[in-house]
Design a protein around this ligand. Structure first.
Ligand SMILES: Nc1ncnc2c1ncn2[C@@H]1O[C@H](COP(=O)(O)OP(=O)(O)O)[C@@H](O)[C@H]1O
Ligand SMILES: [Mg+2]
Length: 275
């Protein structure tokens, strides 16, 4: 990772709009999205299904071309495969023919060829709690363990900008809490800039510096709430704090308002948390 002084610019979205489809059959996905994420900040993005959260990450990684407005990541327009940008999905997408270690190594060596990363990879696998499973193949690992590998892989890229798309959405409650704490550790150590898309309000508050709430499609930003809970945080310890529950209630209201449909956003969030 480059030092904090050598990187710069954060993430800038200015007046982004996005439409999918052809001339006679188009669907407005995003409308007037403007957002600045400072370098080193941890931002959570929540909103009803289909409001364009994944599309924002697609645009930030250059997977989907930007149609309108300005997008800058670290002061430059996005481009696929940029070494300073890493993305993690809800499902791990590990290479089945490679072990846990080899999956991480493959990703890291693609990004940083020729550099010996053995020490870093071993430390990362240890950090996410995979000691003893380094040489296991994905088919022999649980979903939770595969997501641990995917988390290690994401941070092995040593990218300044880390984009996470519902990374813990498919996990049981206990594994999710463990991995949320691991993610906080990794972020605090690397000081990367994180955008986390999540359906889980508790996760957003526990992890982020700021929670951005989006409206139903076409997605607009309807709230931007600072989360001024003390750090370092432990997800489990936070749940005993009054301030945490107050923020939860406030955000729940924002999310209900965001749906504009008598609380369907909140219901969807609730549903997704229990799915
Ligand atoms: N490649 C695509 N072509 C057409 N429509 C798409 C495409 N990708 C996503 N969409 C549609 O755009 C909307 C927003 O999708 P997405 O960004 O995935 O929302 P979210 O992540 O908030 O659930 C959805 O209705 C989805 O069906
Ligand atoms: Mg999505």
């Amino acid at each position: 990772m480059s030092s904090a002084a050598s990187r710069g610019g954060g993430i800038v979205l200015d007046g982004i709009a996005h439409t999918y489809g052809s001339f006679d059959h188009s669907l407005a996905i995003l409308d007037g999205i403007s957002l600045v994420v400072e370098d080193g900040q941890f931002v959570a993005l929540i909103g009803p299904s289909g409001c364009g959260k994944t599309t924002i990450l697609d645009i930030l990684t250059g997977l989907v071309p930007n149609q309108q407005g300005i997008v800058l990541v670290g002061g430059k327009p996005p481009k696929e495969g940029r070494a300073d940008t890493a993305r993690m999905f809800a499902r791990d997408a590990l290479l089945p023919w490679r072990t846990a270690y080899a999956n991480v190594e493959f990703a890291a060596s693609t990004r940083h060829p020729g550099k010996d990363r053995r020490f870093l990879i071993e430390a990362l696998l240890r950090d996410v709690g995979l000691t003893g499973f380094e040489h296991s193949y994905p088919r022999h690992l649980s979903q939770g363990m595969r997501q641990r590998v995917a988390l290690a892989r994401t941070f092995s890229l040593e990218s300044d900008y880390v984009l996470l798309d519902e990374p813990f959405g498919a996990l049981d409650a206990q594994t999710k809490l463990l991995l949320q704490d691991k993610l906080l550790d990794l972020w605090q150590r690397t000081r990367s800039t994180v955008v986390l898309v999540t359906h889980d309000l508790a996760e957003a508050i526990a992890l982020a510096d700021r929670v951005i709430v989006m409206s139903a499609r076409p997605g607009r930003i309807v709230a931007d709430l600072p989360i001024d809970l003390p750090r370092p945080r432990s997800v489990r310890a936070l749940q005993k704090m009054r301030a945490y529950h107050d923020l939860y209630a406030r955000l729940w209201n924002e999310l209900e308002g965001a749906a504009g449909l008598g609380g369907s956003a909140a219901k969807e969030t609730d549903h997704a948390q229990n799915a």
